[in-house]
Design a protein around this ligand. Structure first.
Ligand SMILES: Cc1ncc(COP(=O)(O)O)c(C=O)c1O
Length: 370
């Protein structure tokens, strides 16, 4: 039995009638941009994280770009973030005119370490940009304390963590700005690109809102140089339907993670660790595996999907050479890039498929833990 990384057709089968009715209505009314459906998903997302403002935007990348732009950074202003993340976390900092300062991540949760972030704070630091990687939040209390102490803003990259919780706070619920991605493979995914910015801050939210439409409150009057960063109605319609299933789907992901943990116990792999008080939503189920590349080949030969997130930490990416990153600078991120692999994960994965995956992993290690 082959097992894909995810199974979007099966997800669509569950919601097909609802989605197609919405999409049909959009075509009947011919309202495609920033209409009632965008407003609806904005309300749903604001309610989820208890945010005052939600602004639907064109992607998670643009959510980050607009958020960093809202800080109005001056050249040389610094934003502290993680090198073990998707490219857009750092590229948006640079595109908005600031400088990313990387610090290393925690070995167990793969998330940015607040203690190392504190050591990296300088006179030029404007913001902290932690990522809730793979569906597990950083600890809000640590970041709130750090930000208050040094008078910094927090931008949460919650692209992978819609519905995740920690310390009683929902992802997107503690930063002055929080960014979500609705890329189709995300826990809440559209039918194309989409994203959202949440905020409780009137001025920052205003900035994001006008900059998603070329920097003008009124059409053709431009106060700032914004971008074309709108969420469209078709995405919003699909998202509003899927939003109703989000809790159920996240519960299923957690159940799958538990099955993986149980069935991989005793093998040489390290399963993902949930920090205390964390409600991990397993956007990805990422293990650390000895002989990782050989394991990947083995899984591939059995038709089992797998993927490396992320093969090259950002400080070693060619395009960021000018930042002066060197091998060995962030040993944990570099080790994770060498040792981790994501196994199939989606709310549609069946129990039998989970077993197929863990059987193949055990086989590879000579049936350890069987
Ligand atoms: C952590 C993180 N940040 C930002 C993004 C960017 O989101 P998008 O692909 O919607 O632009 C992603 C998407 O993969 C992500 O995983």
């Amino acid at each position: 039995m082959s097992v894909g990384m995810l199974n979007l057709p099966a997800q669509f089968a569950e919601i097909k009638d609802e989605v197609l009715a919405e999409v049909r209505d959009i075509f009947e009314t011919q309202t495609f941009i920033l209409g009632a459906r965008v407003k609806k998903i904005e309300e749903q997302m604001a309610a989820l994280a208890g945010a005052k403002f939600a602004i639907g935007v064109s992607s998670g990348t643009d959510a980050l770009l607009l958020s960093v732009m809202a800080l109005k950074p001056k050249s040389g202003d610094e934003v502290i973030t993680t090198p073990y993340t998707f490219f857009a976390t750092a590229s948006s900092i640079i595109r908005a005119g600031a400088t990313p300062v990387f610090v290393d991540v925690d070995e167990d949760t793969f998330n940015l370490r607040a203690d190392l972030a504190e050591q990296a704070v300088t006179q030029r630091t404007r913001a902290l940009l932690p990522v809730h990687l793979f569906g597990q939040m950083v600890a809000p209390s640590e970041w709130i304390t750090l930000a208050k102490k040094h008078n910094l803003l927090i931008i949460e990259d919650a692209a992978q963590a819609v519905g995740a919780k920690r310390e009683g706070i929902v992802a997107g619920g503690f930063g002055q700005l929080a960014c979500f991605s609705f890329y189709p493979t995300k826990n809440l995914g559209g039918a194309g690109d989409g994203g959202m910015v949440l905020s409780n801050d009137d001025a920052l939210a205003y900035d994001v809102r006008i900059n998603r439409v070329h920097g003008g409150k009124d059409r053709y009057f431009h106060d700032q140089i914004g971008i074309c960063g709108r969420l469209d109605e078709i995405q919003a319609a699909v998202l509003a339907v899927k939003f109703r299933y989000l809790d159920k789907w996240n519960v299923r992901r957690r159940a799958i993670a538990k099955m993986y943990n149980e069935q991989l116990a005793g093998t040489p792999v390290t399963c993902p660790k949930e920090a205390s008080g964390a409600y991990h939503t397993y956007h990805q189920y990422v293990i650390r595996a000895p002989r990782r590349d050989e394991l990947m080949e083995h899984l591939k030969s059995k038709g089992i999907g797998n993927m490396i997130y992320y093969p090259i930490p950002l400080h070693l990416q060619k395009c960021f050479d000018f930042l002066g990153g060197k091998p060995g600078q962030f040993p944990v991120s570099e080790r994770l890039a060498r040792e981790t692999v994501a196994l199939p994960m989606s709310s549609e994965l069946t129990d039998a498929e989970v077993q197929e995956v863990t059987k193949a992993v055990r086989e590879f290690y000579g049936n350890a833990g069987a």
